[in-house]
Design a protein around this ligand. Structure first.
Ligand SMILES: *Cc1c(COP(=O)(O)O)cnc(C)c1O
Length: 374
């Protein structure tokens, strides 16, 4: 057996970025002094403002995580009936629909962008359709113009799952301003993290206020509750960490861009490995480094995945299986395999390679060499 023993410990697909611990201490001191731990405290308010500035958006409501933000975004617009979405995403995208009693309707993806194919949306619209829930997959912007056009002509809402799209811009403008709402995740595995966290980007103060009520049980004053809200609030701990992370985000994105460029250069001549363009017309955040393992590579995606694992490299098959293949979705008519050929083909070939700021050049070389020698 030719077991490749790694000499340098495992390499995971991502590793969260953490600023120096000593820089977090003053924030903790402040929390301990003021004894304000949550409920829209000073750090929470500061982070909302700082994120609006950094991202170039009008209004932000912070959340305890991205999934609660998705569930609440749908609630805030009173979305019901059927919602058109992509099967090629993290399962929370569709779960947020089920938690609202909404029927997901899966539409196939575009083979170049891996985002929902706008050309296939219209055929999926029924009298029950109320909204579209697209995902900016790997941070690559959706065809927002085409989606909005369809939404306008059928009077549908658009909520973007923008969990991958922190800091992504197109023509110098944030992609988070498209549609009715956009939802971010600040989970540990994302480009910008607050351990757990998320946010809804909203177009106006009134919408933000409604969302702020919803994330605090529906309280609109000390004694009145206007809606069946939830507890979705981000704590002062998370907000403080977010403020500190923001000081490092540009350096984090720079380093990710360098790693992305090295992979692209070093994998260029490897037959059967196709590096996905995660930017399109936009400016990428290099959140992921997805490759397609094509037939010409001479080895299946799963065999390459196994070989990498043997070398201590834990790439991930994002997104496999498709959401539409999980038990709570596969009975839906739109989950049928014939309806989703591109998503199915992509899920069988996709592999996300390790990318994170602390990934060293020798580790990148190890990943590339393991692929080359497979
Ligand atoms: C991470 C992620 C979510 C969920 O966010 P959490 O903060 O982990 O709840 C939702 N959608 C997509 C596409 C994601 O990648």
């Amino acid at each position: 057996m030719d077991e490749k023993i790694s000499t340098d410990g495992p390499i995971f697909v991502t590793q969260p970025f953490l600023p120096p611990l000593e820089e977090f201490v003053p924030y903790l001191d402040e929390i301990w002094k003021k004894k304000i731990l949550t409920n829209g405290g000073p750090f929470h308010q500061q982070l909302e403002r700082a994120l609006c500035d950094y991202l170039g958006v009008g209004h932000i409501a912070l959340f305890a995580n991205g999934t609660l933000a998705l569930v609440t975004a749908l609630q805030s617009l009173r979305i019901t009936g059927e919602v058109i979405t992509t099967p090629y995403s993290f399962v929370a995208t569709s779960h947020s629909l089920l938690w609202n009693g909404i029927k997901p309707v899966f539409v196939d993806i575009d083979p170049d962008t891996l985002n929902i194919d706008p050309g296939k949306i219209e055929a999926a619209i029924t009298p029950q359709t109320t909204a579209v829930l697209p995902v900016h997959c790997y941070g690559r912007p959706c065809d927002t113009e085409a989606i909005q056009k369809i939404a306008d002509s059928y009077n549908l809402r658009v909520i973007y799952d923008a969990a991958h799209a922190f800091g992504v811009t197109e023509d110098g403008r944030s992609v988070l301003n498209h549609g009715d709402l956009s939802v971010l995740s600040f989970h540990a595995t994302k480009v910008f993290n607050t351990f757990e966290g998320g946010a809804i980007v909203c177009p106006d103060a009134k919408t933000k206020q409604r969302i702020d009520h919803l994330k605090n049980f529906g309280f609109v004053s000390e004694v009145s509750v206007a809606a069946p809200g939830i507890n979705g609030k981000m704590s002062e701990f998370g907000a403080a960490l977010g403020l500190l992370q923001l000081r490092y985000i540009d350096a984090v994105l720079d380093r990710r861009r360098e790693i992305d460029a090295i992979y692209r250069e070093d994998l260029r001549d490897v037959e059967g490995i196709r590096c996905i363009d995660t930017a399109g017309r936009g400016k990428s955040n290099y959140a992921y480094f997805p490759i397609l393992v094509e037939r010409e590579f001479g080895m299946s995606r799963d065999d390459l995945y196994g070989n990498l694992q043997k070398a201590g490299i834990y790439a991930r098959r994002y997104f496999y299986p498709l959401i539409s293949d999980f038990p709570m979705y596969r009975g839906l008519p739109s989950a049928h395999h014939e309806n989703l050929p591109v998503a199915r083909d992509t899920a069988a070939k996709i592999l996300c390679l390790p990318i994170y700021p602390d990934l060293r050049p020798d580790q990148i070389r190890r990943v590339v060499n393991t692929i080359r020698n497979s």
